[in-house]
Write a new protein. Structure first.
Length: 327
């Protein structure tokens, strides 16, 4: 099979011919139909996050068909369409797993980080961490659901009781979660890189009530906000536009340093919380809703071999919506 492989951070991925992997105990072999490109893939490729091993196949927003079952798998069938996300495996035994916090599992294995991911024609995944997807519909349209949607939904859950929400960074995750928010009757504002008029127009087209530069004040203070952009400087800015009692959610796995700020920004019971990974419950929550709404990703596709160009488009903030590789 063909795979785009990371050998060294800050170096381009390398196109390789590899044997098709065989599914181990509890795993399925998946023929990849589409594989989304996430900012986390970019953080790994750029050396901001260090994976436990190299070489590595990135990609944790996989849509494909089950091609073969490994030993002991009865929950999936050959030919079934499934999705695979970031949460690749958890131990079920550690303190966090036993508390139902599998997103914090100390032994967790993440797809495209510990485990080879989806920037390839085939991949293997643990069957219990795959999700059945609708048979109808295009694989490329569902690939962004698998991280932007799933982990974005976990972030959203922490502001789900709010009626006016801000999204800082209006990329892959925000444009999907905005559709859920709108479906649930919420109003939202979008904050984008200063001067990015195309991103503002995109956010307005997706239902934002107002879209502005991240340095601007919104028309009204907000009850909640999610920062999807990996920019620590946004924390005091977002807090300064939150109502007392408001919640600020940090939705990314990586962020530039958080600046010092006056306590007054936080006082009056404002809350800041980070979000780490996701649980399968988050995934089920999003995947029940998404086809009903329906959540539609705006997608730019690249052939698998152009994974480096796709990463560059994300690095430059050139894409509107989500970027997906097609083998
Ligand atoms: Zn665990
Ligand atoms: Zn991701």
């Amino acid at each position: 099979m063909r795979a785009m492989v990371l050998h060294q951070a800050k170096k381009p991925l390398v196109l390789e011919d590899r044997p098709v992997p065989s599914p181990g105990d509890g795993q399925v072999l998946i023929r990849v139909e589409a594989s989304g490109v996430c900012r986390t893939d970019l953080h790994i490729a750029d050396g901001e996050l260090s994976p436990p091993r190299l070489p590595l196949v990135l990609g944790h927003q996989i849509v494909g068909r089950v091609e073969a079952l490994g030993p002991g798998v009865s929950s999936r069938r050959v030919g079934e369409r499934v999705g695979v996300g970031w949460l690749g495996w958890t131990c079920g035994e550690c303190k966090h797993c036993r508390r139902g916090e599998e997103n914090l599992c100390v032994n967790a294995q993440f797809t495209g980080f510990h485990l080879d991911g989806g920037f390839a024609e085939y991949t293997v995944a643990f069957a219990d961490y795959t999700y059945p997807l609708p048979e109808g519909g295009e694989a490329v349209d569902m690939a962004p659901w698998m991280c932007a949607g799933l982990t974005g939904f976990r972030s959203y859950r922490f502001v789900r009781d709010k009626s006016l929400i801000g999204f800082y960074g209006f990329g892959s995750a925000a444009h999907l979660i905005a559709q859920v928010a709108r479906f649930e009757g919420k109003r939202f504002y979008a904050f984008v890189r200063p001067g990015d008029e195309a991103a503002k127009a995109f956010a307005m087209q997706m239902g934002a009530e107002w879209a502005g530069d991240s340095t601007q004040a919104p028309p009204e203070p907000m009850e909640g906000a999610i920062i999807f952009a990996p920019v620590g400087d946004l924390i005091p800015q977002a807090l300064s536009h939150l109502e007392p009692g408001g919640t600020l959610v940090l939705g990314g796995i990586y962020m530039s340093p958080v600046p010092q700020m006056p306590y007054a920004l936080l006082w009056r019971e404002r809350t800041i919380r980070s979000v780490a990974n996701l649980t399968r419950e988050d995934a089920r929550g999003f995947l029940q809703l998404a086809p009903k709404i329906p959540v539609r990703a705006q997608v730019e596709t690249y052939p698998l071999e152009a994974a480096n160009e796709a990463l560059e488009a994300l690095r430059r903030g050139r894409a509107q919506g989500s970027i997906v590789l097609v083998p």
